[in-house]
Design a binder for this molecule. Structure first.
Ligand SMILES: Cc1cc2nc3c(=O)[nH]c(=O)nc-3n(C[C@H](O)[C@H](O)[C@H](O)COP(=O)(O)OP(=O)(O)OC[C@H]3O[C@@H](n4cnc5c(N)ncnc54)[C@H](O)[C@@H]3O)c2cc1C
Length: 439
């Protein structure tokens, strides 16, 4: 047996997806079943977020028989809770990628990560996914001299690789974003934004159309190797498969403890207003790009299709509570960036877990023969987890070249994960202090 759930309640959450703006504005997928029998398939995928759904979709396109189990429902994890920002590239920048992985491999990693948004656009187009897609770029903003230096370096690194990134000065930012808090920024033409839960459910529907079986409320509780085949056991059924791909990211539980301890699952809070009145609507992000800043405790924001402002930042504590008192840090940031929003009703409040890795790079693992995993998207999973799905599908088919994209890496436990919420809280306090001292 590779892993079994020890009975913890990791897949439960006090914040249900329906409490989010996205849950309130996306249609459910009808007629999903709970796995209640013993079935056979070529590939079993655990977790129906962007990563698992994209893996299944790409495998189904290659003619494979695929089944997915999710502890809840498609998009229930970070994929249905995020900011919908389609961000090109990895968290680490191209020069650093080449330094770590060498020129040739580095170039391939940069190209794949750089074109990750295009894969999202392609899938949306190919399967007619209705998810409020906008492809008019992604904005990154910085405060203070250190932040401006970071933005200038990003601009140089992308321009050296012929990417269309536009520098933004304070005046541009005031016009394009509607705030005077930031001094420097960039507009990256590759990026865009979408309604994340509509996208996740759209991928799920595309999978179903291609013959993939998706089971909801069916947490995988154990993975066993049975004479060369894998058996994924759930409460009421099982899947026998040649290959298993684990796509549970920040919601990986005790079934695979080493995997769950290879990332730092940081709780992030999101608030959304009612539709903004016209005078704010036209001043804040009039062209409707989405934005993230470069602060250590970053803030990010954008709009939904009904002109509701969506704003995300760290929660006050790592305890999963959606009480407004857990969001005062983020709400202060919202009012600092957009003082005009003070007094607006925050109709929706929700949380989600972001999977961070200490090397700031997502990880692909071969946990055993025929058992793969991909996780650790460092807050960039809309494009990157979708891309990982395509890459994992190639691994599952044994079709990947040795030097293609990120190498398979060993699963390494993050040592301060042992401290769980405590360790994360100390790191966040340090980051908050540094944001104040050296913005
Ligand atoms: C608040 C927030 C904002 C973010 N904003 C952005 C953004 O704007 N842009 C961006 O690019 N990225 C963003 N991210 C990151 C992005 O959402 C994630 O990287 C991405 O969704 C990860 O997808 P995934 O499929 O790997 O994992 P998830 O979507 O988390 O899916 C994991 C799934 O696994 C299931 N699961 C877990 N254990 C089991 C089990 N044992 N059996 C069965 N199922 C199981 C869960 O129910 C869940 O559905 C954000 C994340 C959060 C939390």
């Amino acid at each position: 047996m590779i892993g079994s759930d020890s009975g913890d309640v990791w897949y439960k959450s006090t914040c249900h997806i329906d409490q989010s703006l996205w849950g309130a504005t996306a249609k459910r997928i009808p007629n999903l079943q709970v796995l209640k029998s013993d079935i056979k398939t070529d590939v079993a995928v655990i977790g129906a977020g962007f990563c698992g759904l994209s893996t299944a979709l790409h495998l189904s396109e290659g003619g494979f028989n695929v089944s997915i189990v999710d502890a809840h429902e498609p998009g229930w994890g970070a994929s249905g809770r995020n900011g919908g920002q389609i961000i090109p590239g990895l968290k680490i920048m191209p020069n650093e990628i080449e330094r770590r992985f060498g020129k040739e491999r580095g170039r391939q990693i940069i190209e794949t990560a750089s074109s990750a948004p295009s894969l999202v656009y392609e899938l949306i187009d190919r399967y007619g996914i209705d998810c409020d897609l906008k492809t008019n770029g992604w904005i990154q903003l910085a405060k203070g001299p250190e932040g401006s230096k970071t933005i200038n370096s990003h601009l140089n690194q992308w321009r050296n690789r012929d990417v269309n990134v536009r520098a933004l000065n304070k005046g541009d930012i005031e016009r394009l974003v509607g705030t005077s808090v930031y001094q420097r920024g960039l507009l990256d033409s590759r990026g865009g934004n979408l309604h994340p839960l509509k996208y996740a459910r759209g991928l799920a529907k595309a999978c179903i159309t291609n013959g993939v079986s998706i089971f909801h409320d069916s947490p995988a509780l154990a993975i066993e190797n049975m004479e060369g085949k894998w058996l994924v056991k759930t409460n009421e059924g099982s899947i026998s498969a040649e290959i298993v791909v684990v796509c549970t990211n920040a919601y990986t539980g005790n079934m695979l403890p080493t995997l769950s301890q290879s990332i730092v699952p940081v709780l992030t809070g999101v608030v959304a207003t009612d539709p903004l009145p016209e005078e704010l609507n036209t001043k804040i992000l009039p062209e409707r790009q989405t934005v993230a800043d470069t602060r250590r405790l970053l803030s990010w924001f954008g709009f939904d299709a009904m002109n509701r402002l969506v704003f995300g930042s760290r929660t006050n504590s790592q305890i999963e509570s959606i009480d407004v008192t857990n969001f005062t840090f983020g709400i202060r940031r919202l009012h600092e960036i957009f003082p005009q929003t003070k007094g607006l009703n925050l109709k929706y409040i929700w949380t989600g877990r972001v999977a961070l890795t200490l090397d700031h790079v997502p990880h692909i693992h071969k946990l055993a023969d025929g058992l793969y995993s991909g996780l650790g998207f460092n807050g960039r999973g809309v494009a990157m987890a979708t891309t990982f799905g395509k890459i994992l599908a190639r691994h599952a088919q044994g079709k990947i070249e040795d030097n293609e994209f990120l190498p398979l890496s060993p699963v390494k436990k993050v040592s301060f994960n042992r401290f769980k919420g405590g360790g994360i809280a100390i790191a966040l306090t340090w980051k908050r202090m540094m944001d104040t001292l050296r913005p």
